[in-house]
Design a protein around this ligand. Structure first.
Ligand SMILES: NC(=O)c1ccc[n+]([C@@H]2O[C@H](COP(=O)([O-])OP(=O)(O)OC[C@H]3O[C@@H](n4cnc5c(N)ncnc54)[C@H](OP(=O)(O)O)[C@@H]3O)[C@@H](O)[C@H]2O)c1
Length: 108
C-alpha cells in the first residue's frame, strides 16, 4: 500500500485546489500568516483575514488583491489576547463552515 510522506521539497504550489472552502488565518497581515493567506487565495479559498489591527489587515488584503486575481478575502478584527475580541469574532464570523484554520500569531 502506498503511503503519503512529508516531502522536503513541498511548496505552497502543492496545496490542492481550495475552491469552495473557507480558511481563517490569524496574524494574516504579516510574515507566515500573510504568505499563508496569499497561498490559500491562489488556490481558490475564501480567506478570513483575522487581525488585531483592521488598518494592517486591510493593507494586507489590498496587497494580496493586487497580486492574486479574483482573491476572495474578508477582513475581521481578532485580538487573541482578548476574550472579548474572540467572542466578538465568533459573533461576526457568519459562515456555517470552516475548512481550515491557520494560526500564525505571536503571543507572549
Ligand atoms: N517566520 C518563520 O520562519 C517562523 C518559523 C518558525 C516559527 N515561527 C513562529 O510563527 C509565528 C509567526 O511568525 P512570523 O514570522 O509570521 O511573525 P510576524 O511576522 O511577527 O507575525 C506575527 C503576527 O501575529 C500577530 N499577532 C500578534 N499578537 C496578536 C494578538 N494578540 N492577536 C492577533 N494577532 C496577533 C501580529 O499582528 P500585528 O501586526 O498586529 O502585531 C502579526 O500579524 C511566531 O510565533 C514565530 O515564532 C516563525
Amino acid at each position: 500500500m502506498e503511503t503519503s510522506t512529508q516531502s522536503d521539497d513541498w511548496t505552497a504550489k502543492d496545496i490542492p485546489d481550495q475552491s469552495g472552502r473557507t480558511a481563517i488565518v490569524t496574524g494574516a497581515n504579516s510574515g507566515l500568516g500573510f504568505k499563508a493567506t496569499k497561498a490559500f487565495t491562489q488556490k481558490g479559498a475564501h480567506v478570513v483575514v483575522a487581525c488585531r489591527s483592521l488598518e494592517r489587515a486591510n493593507r494586507a488584503r489590498r496587497e494580496i488583491e493586487s497580486m492574486v486575481t479574483g482573491a476572495s478575502l474578508t477582513v475581521l478584527e481578532l485580538d487573541l489576547g482578548s476574550q472579548a475580541s474572540i467572542r466578538q469574532f465568533a459573533t461576526d464570523f457568519d459562515s456555517e463552515f470552516i475548512d481550515s484554520m491557520y494560526f500564525s500569531t505571536t503571543l507572549v
